[in-house]
Design a protein around this ligand. Structure first.
Ligand SMILES: CC(C)(COP(=O)(O)OP(=O)(O)OC[C@H]1O[C@@H](n2cnc3c(N)ncnc32)[C@H](O)[C@@H]1OP(=O)(O)O)[C@@H](O)C(=O)NCCC(=O)NCCS
Length: 184
């Protein structure tokens, strides 16, 4: 009996955890007086995500279609969401949970939509997701030369952790930044 109860309890926890991260309900949000729709990313969205990447990274694609595919189908708890303005994708974020760390894997906002609070909104969604998964910290890597993105992260509370020289394919150095979630 005890064994059965234990088994039931672990199954219940498994389902509880799964349902936390598998479904992200489509919702309407207001950011700086403008209305947007936020929903989970599906395979057919990848084309639009690559278009945003090409635009914001000057023609380069840090993430390929297959990188997006493996992330959105990963068995690890993850959050991959995009934000739409009048049905057009204007930004997206990815977050992967490994043990107690919520790692921001990718975040980008199309040029014409930048500076309107969308990046901060997406980061806060990822933080809420990671907190709900029991994470005690968030982490991310950003190019050391990408001072703008760093200032957005700092405003949210991320602090610099360490520099990894030559981390990126183009030889650029990475700055790791972390956000402590241990105080709730
Ligand atoms: C980094 C990025 C995701 C931020 O998204 P965003 O929607 O522009 O961010 P927000 O509008 O939430 O801006 C947050 C803060 O930065 C400020 N800011 C926004 N755009 C700015 C700009 N072009 N120059 C200076 N400051 C800017 C805002 O004033 C805001 O500050 P506030 O909260 O005090 O008003 C976005 O700029 C982007 O996609 N950049 C290119 C891709 C990239 O570098 N990704 C990160 C890789 S690690």
């Amino acid at each position: 009996m005890r064994v059965t109860l234990k088994k039931f309890e672990s199954l219940r926890r498994l389902f509880k955890k799964k349902s936390n991260w598998q479904a992200f309900d489509r919702k309407t949000v207001t950011i700086e007086d403008k209305e947007y729709t936020v929903r989970g990313i599906v395979e057919s969205d990848i084309k639009d995500l690559l278009t945003i990447e090409r635009e914001v990274y000057n023609g380069e694609l840090p993430w390929t279609r297959s990188a997006f595919l493996s992330e959105i189908h990963s068995k690890n708890p993850h959050l991959y969401i995009l934000i739409l303005k009048e049905e057009k994708t204007v930004g997206f974020i990815g977050c992967r949970v490994i043990e107690h760390d919520g790692h921001i894997t990718n975040v980008a906002v199309g040029k014409s939509a930048q500076g309107q609070g969308i990046g901060s909104y997406l980061l806060n969604e990822a933080i809420q997701f990671a907190s709900a998964q029991g994470c005690t910290q968030m982490s991310l890597e950003v190019k050391l030369i990408n001072k703008h993105a760093q200032s957005v992260y700092r405003k949210i509370g991320f602090t610099s952790s360490k520099i990894t020289e030559g981390y990126y394919d183009d030889g650029e150095d990475a700055l790791e930044m972390i956000l402590d979630l241990s105080n709730g």
